[in-house]
Design a protein. Structure first.
Ligand SMILES: *Cc1c(COP(=O)(O)O)cnc(C)c1O
Length: 421
C-alpha cells in the first residue's frame, strides 16, 4: 500500500467501505441463480466466481498491489503447486530451508553468504527478521522476547522514515526502542552498544536525507546489521538482489504484491545466519514471538513456484503488454472531447507503466471522488486511483486479467457520457 499518499489512502478506505451490500442490494440472489446447475447445486466451472456465493462484488484492479483487495493474483502454475503441496505431510523447517535455498539459487547474483526464507508477508519478514537480529539462534533468548534482558535494544531509523511508515509495530513488537536520526552526525552520536539494527524503508528513500547506499555504508562503518523494507519495490527484478549487494544484511519483500505469490507469503533475503535466526523466531517453533506468523506448506511451495514463474517471465514483453493495454484505454478516451491522457512510470514502488486520465471541469461536472464512486458501483467494480487534484484518475495495467482493459475503457466512456456539464 506504500505508494499511496495517506490522504488518498483514507479516502480510498472510506470508499471501499461503501463497496458493501447497500450498493449492490438485489444482485447477489440473481448472481447465485446464474451460477446454479439444473439440479440446484453450484456449478464449479472456471468461470464461476466463488465470491458470488457470498454475495460479494469482485473488483477489476486498475490501481496496484493493494493489500485491502487481495494484493495480486497467483499464476496458475503456482496454484497447481499449492494444490500438490496440500496432498502430503512434510517437515516444515526442512521445507522452509529447502525452498529458501532454491529461491536463493534462482537469484543469480545474490552474495554467496546470503539466502532466503518464505515468511508470512513482508510484515512477517520484518517482525521475525528484527527479532532474529536481537536473539541470533539462541533458543533461550528467543523464548524471552519481547523482554530484552541480555540483548541489544535499539533500532536506528531516519525520522522521516519512522514518521511515515505503516509497519513500526512489527519492529516494536520485539521490545526495541526506535531511535530517530536525520543527518550522518546524528547517526554517529546515536550508535551505542545497545544498537541492534539500522532500519531503512525503501520507498521513503526520496524523502530522507541519507540515501539508501549511504545508509548501508553507515551501518558497515559501525559494524551493525542493516535492514531494508522493499515490500513493493519490484519491478525492477534486479531489486531482489540490488540491496543485498549494496550491503544490506536483510531485505524484505511482499510475496503477494508484484511477485504474485500467495497474499499471505513474503520473502526475507539476507545473511544466512540472520535468516536462520529469523526462522527460529517464527512458526512452527514455540515459544516464539512469531508463532502467529505461520506460513502453511501450500503457501511456502506457492511462493517458491511463484518466484520461478516471476523470474522466468520476459519482463520486457510484459512491460510492452502493459503499455498496450493503457494505450487501448487511451485511444478510446481520445475520442471524448475534454479528456486527455498522459503516460509515466512512478520512480519507486509500483514502478510500472501508468496512465493519468484528466478531464476539463468545464466539460464534465465530475470530481475524482465521484468518478471513483461511479466506477466502483458497477459489477464487477472497477478500481483506479483518484488524483489528488480532484479532476483526474490514474490507471495501472499490470494486474489486469485478459480483456479487462476493454471493460475499463467502456466504463470510463460511459462515465464521461453521463457526466457532461
Ligand atoms: C505492503 C507493504 C508491507 C507489508 O507487506 P505484506 O506482504 O502485506 O505483509 C510492508 N512494507 C511496505 C513498504 C509495504 O508496501
Amino acid at each position: 500500500m506504500n505508494p499511496i499518499k495517506s490522504s488518498n489512502r483514507r479516502n480510498f478506505l472510506a470508499g471501499l467501505a461503501s463497496l458493501g451490500a447497500a450498493t449492490f442490494a438485489g444482485w447477489p440472489a440473481k448472481a447465485l441463480a446464474m451460477g446454479r446447475k439444473a439440479d440446484g447445486t453450484l456449478a464449479a466451472s472456471a468461470s464461476t466466481n466463488i465470491y458470488d456465493e457470498l454475495g460479494l462484488n469482485t473488483i477489476i484492479n486498475g490501481w496496484g498491489t493493494i493489500t485491502l483487495i487481495g494484493g495480486s493474483l497467483i499464476p496458475p502454475e503456482a496454484v497447481a503447486a499449492m494444490d500438490a503441496a496440500s496432498k502430503h505431510y512434510v517437515n516444515i523447517p526442512d521445507l522452509l530451508e529447502a525452498t529458501g535455498d532454491r529461491i536463493a539459487k534462482m537469484l543469480k547474483d545474490l552474495p554467496p553468504d546470503h539466502t532466503t526464507t518464505v515468511t508470512s508477508g513482508a510484515a512477517g519478514a520484518i517482525m521475525c527478521g528484527v527479532a532474529g537480529t536481537l536473539t541470533g539462534e539462541d533458543r533461550e533468548l528467543i523464548s524471552r522476547l519481547p523482554d530484552l534482558t541480555g540483548m541489544k535494544s535499539e533500532v536506528i531509523i531516519q525520522r522521516v522514515h519512522h514518521e511515515n511508515y505503516g509497519y513500526n509495530q512489527q519492529i516494536l513488537a520485539s521490545g526495541v526502542k526506535m531511535i530517530d536520526v536525520e543527518y550522518p552526525d546524528d547517526v554517529h552520536r546515536a550508535v551505542s552498544d545497545r544498537t541492534a539494527l539500522f532500519y531503512f524503508v525503501n520507498y521513503l528513500d526520496p524523502r530522507g536525507r541519507i540515501k539508501v547506499e549511504a545508509w548501508a555504508q553507515l551501518a558497515r562503518q559501525h559494524n551493525i546489521p542493516c535492514f531494508n523494507d522493499c515490500a513493493a519495490d519490484t519491478p525492477p527484478v534486479s531489486h531482489l538482489t540490488d540491496y543485498n549487494k549494496m550491503g544490506y544484511d536483510l531485505v524484505a519483500f511482499s510475496g503477494g504484491k508484484a511477485l504474485r505469490g500467495p497474499q499471505c507469503a513474503g520473502l526475507l533475503v539476507g545473511r544466512k545466519d540472520l535468516v536462520r535466526a529469523a526462522r527460529l523466531n517464527a512458526a512452527p517453533f514455540d515459544p516464539t514471538l512469531g508463532r502467529g506468523m505461520k506460513v502453511g506448506k501450500e503457501e511456502i511451495v506457492g511462493m517458491w513456484k511463484a518466484m520461478e514463474v516471476y523470474l522466468n517471465n520476459n519482463h520486457d514483453d510484459l512491460t510492452q503488454e502493459w503499455w498496450e493495454k493503457l494505450e487501448y484505454v487511451s485511444k478510446a478516451l481520445r475520442k471524448v472531447q475534454g479528456v486527455s491522457t498522459a503516460f509515466f512510470i512512478p520512480e519507486i514502488a509500483n514502478h510500472v507503466p501508468t496512465m493519468r486520465i484528466e478531464w476539463d471541469p468545464r466539460t464534465f461536472s465530475l470530481t475524482s471522488h465521484q468518478a471513483l464512486d461511479f466506477l466502483r458501483s458497477g459489477k464487477p467494480a472497477v478500481l483506479l486511483e483518484g488524483g489528488s487534484d480532484g479532476v483526474s484518475l490514474s490507471m495501472a495495467s499490470f494486474l489486469l486479467q485478459p480483456g479487462e482493459e476493454r471493460i475499463i475503457a467502456a466504463r470510463l466512456k460511459q462515465m464521461f457520457q453521463t457526466h457532461s456539464a
